[in-house]
Design a protein around this ligand. Sequence first.
Ligand code: HEC
Length: 242
Amino acid sequence: MDSFELNKVMGAILGTLLFTLALNIVSGGIFASHSPHKAGYEIEAKDDKGGQKQAAVEPQIPLENLLNEANPEKGASIARQCVACHDFTKGGPNKVGPNLYGVVNRDSASHEGFNYSNAMKAKKAKWTFEAIDKFLENPGKVVPGTSMTFLGLRKATDRAAVIAYLNKQADAPAPLPKPVAVNATPDAQKKDGDKKDAEKKDAPKQKDAEKKDAPAAEKKEMPAEKKDAPAPAEKKDAPAKQ
Ligand code: HEC
């Protein structure tokens, strides 16, 4: 191969590269490609009123099951939203809303001495677990014209917790409905598994909880544990608080 021939080859290669480059520039002009302002996809999601949308995605857990898993103590803290208008104690007063002691399975609009709205009087229903659940989700929608001006509790677990709490505010709490079998999706199975684990762990957990409730008494009896857990030592410094 002499140098002349080599030049030809090099020229051909260079030419090709130049041509490609030119093509790129020209096509770039024709098919303008905008790079996105933000990487990734925009996913549109309504965040509030998520109820309907969530329902489509999340598998709905039946109320029966939620009630069985519900924690009445959590319910009590959620029910602080109600105390501006409701008293929960036996023989307690009617406030803006009627006294709710023993409301579970009580006839609607039946509490003595409370001036119910016509809408509520017309409802003529029993406050079963389910009826309360529906009502609390959206009072104004379930009983249009109700004087309970409360937006509602959107989360099913919150409602179940409140209902579990309400159920305890009674002479004889109603028995909780039996949990129903849900299609065993992998998720559900996993949850079951978790639950079993949780049950296993229950015993020590409870002990912990007891300790928290009565730290002063237990501390003295179990000096060995103090070494492992420095936290209780703090409590020792401030026993007056207990
Ligand atoms: C702004 C005040 C207000 C708040 C907050 C409120 N309620 Fe009410 N509630 C009322 C009034 C008023 C009524 C009577 C409604 C009617 O007559 O239409 C009522 C009625 C009820 C009833 C039906 C009682 C019956 O005897 O028929 C239930 C159950 C109830 N409320 C539960 C709750 C729970 C649980 C909460 C908290 C999560 C709550 N309410 C929060 C004002 C309120």
